[in-house]
Ligand binder design. Structure first.
Ligand code: ZN
Length: 250
């Protein structure tokens, strides 16, 4: 799984990958996932994050309380390191994806859990593909870096944390590959793009979109962002349906 672009730039020892680079890398990951022996002979409608992490990436997925307030959703490290969690010490072995255990609670958003598992797995994918950029240097061994991923990470305008942006972009592309979005659209009976994603005024299309998010195991927000990238959603009123009525007054 190697993805190196001619335009690749190295700055501050961290590779900077474009969205196209990350899409290409995600396609390689998804193709390898589809070939897993466990999935042969089955119709595949979604990416199972735990199967991807364990069978494809040979990582361990574990669940613990990561923070008292529940603000940390997941973490991983590339080297062995001891960390302190609310319930005591935990040894990360460098190949473990550790997920906030409350994401397994009934009523918790499955999409958020799935995104978090693949996000942590994506940190490990980037390290596997670019070990010189992401792996720790020998002199850093005693201070192994732990990637904490918090709730509500989003980017508006300038990207200030390239590693997180790259990881989130790779995560979206792995969790919601175009071929599975197309398949889900066919399954729910969406024949073309959604012109207006609106839960109040365009209820029928919205219900189909909701069903798609359940099929793919992702949040509606993540799916809407991904579908807009492909031009499959026109106007997005997710969470603010009445904005359709807003009239701009000079
Ligand atoms: Zn992260």
């Amino acid at each position: 799984m190697v993805c190196r672009s001619k335009n690749r730039r190295i700055e501050a020892e961290l590779v900077r990958l474009s969205r196209n680079d990350l899409e290409a890398l995600a396609s390689q990951v998804v193709r390898a996932y589809m070939k897993l022996p466990e999935l042969q002979g089955q119709a595949i409608y979604c990416i199972d994050p735990e199967l991807l992490c364990t069978s494809l990436l040979h990582l361990k997925v574990d669940y613990q309380h990561l923070s008292k307030q529940g603000t940390i959703l997941g973490l991983t490290a590339f080297d062995p390191v001891n960390i302190i969690l609310p319930d005591g010490y935990y040894t990360l072995d460098g190949k473990t994806v550790l997920i906030e255990s409350s994401l397994n609670d009934e009523g918790s958003c499955v999409g958020r859990k799935n995104f978090t598992i693949i996000h942590e797995g994506s940190h490990q994918i980037l390290k596997m593909v670019f070990p010189n950029d992401y792996g720790s240097k020998p002199h850093e061994a005693r201070t192994a870096k732990v990637h904490f991923c918090k709730a509500e990470t989003s980017y508006h305008g300038r990207i200030t944390d390239w590693e997180e942006w790259q990881t989130n972009t790779l995560t979206s592309a792995v969790l919601m590959p175009k071929e599975l979005i197309d398949k889900a659209m066919r399954l729910v009976g969406l024949r073309g793009r959604i012109e207006r994603l609106n839960s109040v005024f365009f209820r029928e299309e919205f219900e189909k979109f909701l069903e798609m998010s359940k099929i793919l195991g992702c949040s509606m927000q993540a799916l809407s962002i991904r579908m807009k990238q492909f031009g499959l959603i026109g106007e997005d009123y997710l969470g603010k349906p009445y904005r359709l009525l807003d009239v701009e007054v000079d």
